[in-house]
Design a protein around this ligand. Structure first.
Ligand SMILES: Cc1cc2nc3c(=O)[nH]c(=O)nc-3n(C[C@H](O)[C@H](O)[C@H](O)COP(=O)(O)OP(=O)(O)OC[C@H]3O[C@@H](n4cnc5c(N)ncnc54)[C@H](O)[C@@H]3O)c2cc1C
Length: 378
């Protein structure tokens, strides 16, 4: 049991998973979170564990995503046994569905490249007739698709609840309603001093910044460069329907409770998390084209949420050189990567283990090249 204190700023899926991973290894953990006023992707996402197509431009990320998905059953079982909270894990594979020959062809080429480059990410391209064996009710607009064996889905709200309950069971402290405005490293003591807007102060031996869109302002105070951008995702929810969709797809998934979650958009609109009628209409049309039976379903809810993203869409996991003990963690897929954050990143950032091999690729230095251009659209 270590007496070191680790403070994690950000109690979303990324911060909570990392904090949980440290707490389960005996570290004394504190999580500081803004609470209900914050932008929180962790409470507005699509709930997919998605390996297929991840990492086309960075094979280390493809392998990281693959390995994270493999760890998911262990996280699910552990949280269930510890807290009684069921994340709703269903990891029987998932389908990507395409509307044009061109996009299906592009998909096949991408999946081949990833499987060859990263290894162990099997996929299968399917014609509509074969797809219908798994997804009865598929509409004629779907001209092809792919199946990824590692893909799956969870209830992301239950995942967050399970992580928070697990943190408490492991003796961690979660303090919400706290807007952290300053973090300082005291070189003489090696301690971090953390200040909230309402004047509360905490000190800590180690610090993880996992505050999503709140990261950049804090990171620079501990010598870390962490450019973060955002895209808005809008999502629709139908009334509860009889089970008909037995696998998650990139366009719709049916929850255990029966509602169908339809998603999601990707819009560059800054810090605007509202829903808009044009995008709701677009999502609804696309869902009905995919599964025509949805035409009769009533929509009961829609929301928008902001994704914290890096410039190239791949994560930043980095320790500070100038302020030892400070780290930053930001990623595009906090659900998919949750188990790796808990079992691998948490112990590393808590000082218990070395970083995984070849992890330098996730440093933010890659954004400093003035000649480089980036796209997060993948
Ligand atoms: C529509 C949509 C669909 C998505 N679908 C998927 C999917 O299917 N699968 C998947 O893997 N991922 C998906 N994602 C992405 C996923 O939701 C995010 O990767 C993940 O939630 C990011 O978690 P986070 O903890 O980094 O950020 P957030 O959830 O945004 O949490 C950040 C936390 O930091 C806190 N905070 C911020 N600033 C401060 C501060 N100054 N002081 C204290 N606390 C602070 C906030 O209170 C907040 O709780 C989706 C996202 C969206 C929006």
């Amino acid at each position: 049991m270590s007496n070191e204190r680790l403070t994690v700023v950000g109690g979303g899926l990324v911060g909570s998973a990392i904090a949980y991973g440290a707490a389960r290894r005996g570290i004394s953990v504190r999580v500081l979170d803004q609470g209900d006023t914050a932008f929180r992707a962790s409470r507005g996402n699509f709930g997919l564990i998605w390996v297929s197509s991840k990492g086309g431009g960075m094979m280390r990320y493809a392998r990281w995503t693959r390995d994270a998905a493999r760890l998911w059953p262990e996280l699910h079982e552990e949280l269930l046994a510890l807290t009684g909270v069921d994340t709703g894990l269903q990891q029987t594979g998932g389908f990507w569905l395409g509307f044009s020959e061109k996009e299906v062809q592009a998909r096949a080429e991408l999946l081949e490249k990833i499987d060859k480059g990263a290894g162990g990410i099997p996929y299968r391209m399917m014609e509509p007739a074969e797809l219908r064996q798994y997804l009865p009710g598929l509409g004629p607009a779907v001209v092809g698709g792919s199946f990824g064996a590692h893909d799956g889905q969870v209830n992301p709200l239950m995942l967050l609840r399970a992580l928070h309950a697990g943190l408490k069971k492991r003796g961690a402290e979660i303090i919400s309603g706290v807007d952290v405005v300053d973090v300082r490293h005291q070189a003489d003591s090696g301690q971090f001093s953390i200040l909230s807007r309402d004047g509360q102060r905490w000190s800590s031996d180690r610090l993880v910044l996992a505050a999503g869109l709140g990261i950049p302002a804090l990171a620079e105070k501990v010598g870390l460069y962490a450019p973060v951008i955002t895209t808005r995702g809008q999502v629709l929810i139908t009334e509860r329907l009889k089970p008909f969709l037995h696998y998650p797809t990139n366009k719709a998934r049916q929850t255990r409770e029966g509602s169908v979650q339809i998603g999601s958009t990707s819009e560059d609109v800054g810090f605007d998390d509202r829903t808009t009628t044009d995008k709701i209409e677009w999502l609804a049309h696309r869902a009905v084209a995919t599964f025509p039976a949805l035409k009769a379903a009533r929509l009961v809810r829609a929301w928008g949420a902001l994704r914290p993203l890096t410039l190239d869409g791949y994560p930043i996991y980095q320790r500070s050189e100038s302020c030892p003990g400070a780290f930053v963690a930001i990623c595009h897929s906090g659900v998919t990567l949750a188990a790796a954050h808990a079992f691998v990143i948490g112990p590393w950032m808590a000082g218990l283990t070395q970083p995984p091999p070849d992890f330098e690729v996730f440093r933010s230095d890659r954004f400093l090249d003035p000649n480089a251009s980036f796209s997060h659209d993948h």
